[in-house]
Write a protein that binds this ligand. Sequence first.
Ligand SMILES: Nc1nc2c(c(=O)[nH]1)N[C@H]1C(S)=C(S)[C@@H](COP(=O)(O)OP(=O)(O)OC[C@H]3O[C@@H](n4cnc5c(=O)[nH]c(N)nc54)[C@H](O)[C@@H]3O)O[C@H]1N2
Ligand SMILES: Nc1nc2c(c(=O)[nH]1)N[C@H]1C(S)=C(S)[C@@H](COP(=O)(O)OP(=O)(O)OC[C@H]3O[C@@H](n4cnc5c(=O)[nH]c(N)nc54)[C@H](O)[C@@H]3O)O[C@H]1N2
Ligand code: SF4
Ligand SMILES: [Mo]
Length: 855
Amino acid sequence: MTDRITDIWGTRTPYDRDLPWPVRVDSHLDDGVEEADVDRWVGSACVLCSNGCGCEIAVKDGRMVGIRGRATDTINHGRLGPKGLYGSWPDSTRDRLTRPLIRVDGELTETDWDTAMTHIVDRSRSLLADHGPLSHAFYTSGQLFLEEYYTLAVISAAGLGTPHLDGNTRLCTATSAAAMKESFGSDGQPGSYTDFDFCDAVFLFGHNMAETQTVLWSRLLDRLAGASPPKVVAVDPRRTRVAEAALASGGVHLAPMPGTNQALLNGLIREIIVNEWIDRDYLAAHTIGFDELASVVDSYTPERVASICEVPAEDIRRAAEIFGTADRVLSTVLQGFYQSHQATAASCQVNNLHLLRGMLGRPGCGLLQMNGQPTAQNTRETGANGDLPGFRNWANPQHIAELADLWNVDELQIPHWGPPTHAMQIWRYAEQGSVRLLWISATNPAVSLPDLARVREILRRADLFVIVQDGFRTETAEFADVVLPAALWGEKQGTFTNASRTVHLSDRAVEPPGEARADLDIFLDYARRMDLRDRDDNPLPPWSDAEGAFRGWQECSRGRLCDYTGLSYQRLRENGSGIPWPCTPEHPDGSDRLYADGVFPTDPQVCETYGHDLLTGGAVSAEQYRAIRPDGRAFLKAAEYTPPEEVPDEDYPLACTTGRTVYHFHTRTKTGRSAALRRAAPRPWVELAAADAERAGISEGDLVRVESRRGYVCVPARIGRGREGTVFLPFHYGYWDVDGAAGGPPTGARDGESAPRAANELTRTMWDPVSKQPLFVISAVRLIRVAPGREPAPAPTTGASAPCDPGIPATRAAGDTEVRESLGSARPPAAPSTPTHTHGVPAPGTSTSPTTPRT
Ligand SMILES: Nc1nc2c(c(=O)[nH]1)N[C@H]1C(S)=C(S)[C@@H](COP(=O)(O)OP(=O)(O)OC[C@H]3O[C@@H](n4cnc5c(=O)[nH]c(N)nc54)[C@H](O)[C@@H]3O)O[C@H]1N2
Ligand SMILES: Nc1nc2c(c(=O)[nH]1)N[C@H]1C(S)=C(S)[C@@H](COP(=O)(O)OP(=O)(O)OC[C@H]3O[C@@H](n4cnc5c(=O)[nH]c(N)nc54)[C@H](O)[C@@H]3O)O[C@H]1N2
Ligand code: SF4
Ligand SMILES: [Mo]
């Protein structure tokens, strides 16, 4: 028995290469429930991060009462982390949305489904008649199921004909997709989690995996505890647990000034090239662009980079040497890169490092352009992310024709005169008044978008009809015209795909509370009431349940890189483990990693994009692209470093980054309702370095006003261990709190501004030119001490927010936190053979898929 508040990563089960993975089944049952009381266990996977740990939900008397890891799942081998164990369902359904709400005389008022949906459909029809489909926009999520996104994509693109559909994935992993598209021609994770088992070195670029994918971090900790541990290199301005592990492993912690990743990466690449740590044969056979890359990075000597990034030149050399001399390197990239101003450029340089060394498609040579949200991969695959379904290219007429065929609609019905609209642009259109109906599902933009004062102004517009579909009355719901109560995880059925391309089925364990309905049913209800139809007058979309939608999606994925045709609900249910795509009837166990043969989906007929200039975002035309003759080779794309637009100055002398802590998920709608997690990180704080604190006369726990050019927050100070010149704010805390600490949920419909404490009061509406991902880690702030503190800041001591003063009391477990760890040797099912996936280039003039395995 242990708990996952203080023992976040659990008992070590040391692991060495080539051995079967040790099993450790973690389970947690609600207070007072014994394992013998459980009526049944229902198969699922955790939806509180992109790891997608295989699990089973304990059901008793029609309620979810516990969770345990699935021993046979290749993703987690039975392990679960704090969020999965304590945050998967709210402690009580007391404040769940159970009935639709509509605004009557300014107040959100309970109503029935028919009234709410009629209200939506009436508005929708009149807007379509008066202003056409471009008046409609959908802002969705990385947290619904595949079937729901695909249904929404069909409704918006084929049914209504609007290109305005994107997800909060724009804030999350738009850069992951963009970087893979630019380098390899398509979204699709080259690597696999099994690469952790074989690698000699692990590089984490702007990724605090210890707190944000705790179970994957356990996997690495087990390797580090084993006989041939890899070296770890951490690239993060904060002293995270990842950074500590890097130093302990004999690796390096590079702590660049925020916003200087591109310079650092150019420096690393230069070292790899000048030291000849490159695979010339691989480069010649499988890549384009080496000469330009070499010439761009040439001036990025370790000394020059050291002065830009403020890291020791010697550390740059050592990190490059580790990358350059290890046999098998695994890299992961996440928000420290993605939410920055040269996001796609810097992430592409990580791709370049792997290409230069020919390190792709081999066990241990994984590249994981990480996802964050549990189902972000599906948002991207299904085209609910400001792209077209099946990684299709909006600028390729043949791809449009395929979709028109599949959906049985006219090609002209599918908007493709320009790229699908990205979320930041959707919000801009709403601000300008051309988008008049904004349907928000499973995301809380009144907390999670940058520059919240502006977001509130937009949501308040009288000419914007706002629909919010959520399980809770969020900060965003307070601005809605209609609120639709959604069923959540465990209350509905569907599939989703983790960052390692692994698909899990989540079955319905319990009934949704009250009248809450699955998002799929809500979208289908809208489509039916709107009477959306295909060319032959059949209902569009044609399916009526999750499994039907899944089958529809399988057809859409057929022949594409993300081929799902070998999967079925039954197989996913019976397999005992998730299965990684591409998965075809010929390769029913899926594919552990991509690009084993060094052939990439860059052929003009198959690629998802013709690419962009990394500095400006300028698009490459089809003609220009064809002229390059990529022929299945990957692109080594280069870019000079440019400084961020907002850098610290005299008025705002500190660089402010934002991000996460281990105990909370995003805007805390679930984790804030778990007593165990809430108590571990109850309120927000700002983290600053001891030297900066001393200069500003700030002590631990003091109340501090953090100001940027956009707004301010008032929070206690944690004197932490980050680098000088930077501060960090967790972005989890909006204006809602279970215990009323923030004044309770906003009472007035238009009153979201009472207690400034959300990190996004400070951030700016700016985005990466290629991926359009907002720059959450780039703002300049100043700190003003407001009042002395009476107690230490409410920041956890267990992760990167640990205080520099070791005397500050440690985070403790409180409440119902007991976790049972069963250590065993249950053998997981045979992992998909490695590698199973090779990649053929279609002959000119054929439409053959890029995914046909050769073997
Ligand atoms: N506990 C928890 N886990 C989660 C989530 C959660 O909310 N809570 N959310 C999930 C989601 S959706 C996501 S997207 C992931 C995010 O997972 P991560 O990306 O790991 O988390 P963040 O804390 O946002 O940022 C990671 C690190 O980037 C560093 N950083 C900031 N600026 C820079 C920079 O300029 N350069 C470099 N190199 N590093 C920088 C920060 O110091 C921080 O430690 O987590 C997923 N997992
Ligand atoms: N400053 C700053 N801002 C950030 C970030 C940062 O690092 N710093 N990170 C960005 C990133 S990476 C992300 S992913 C976003 C996350 O930002 P959001 O998406 O706004 O955060 P969540 O709290 O996860 O909101 C998801 C909502 O969906 C609801 N929900 C959950 N499941 C379901 C379901 O099945 N159906 C429906 N209808 N609703 C459901 C939840 O109750 C919740 O209200 O924030 C972004 N914003
Ligand atoms: S690592 Fe992610 S998926 Fe796994 S239990 Fe934790 S939150 Fe859930
Ligand atoms: Mo995210």
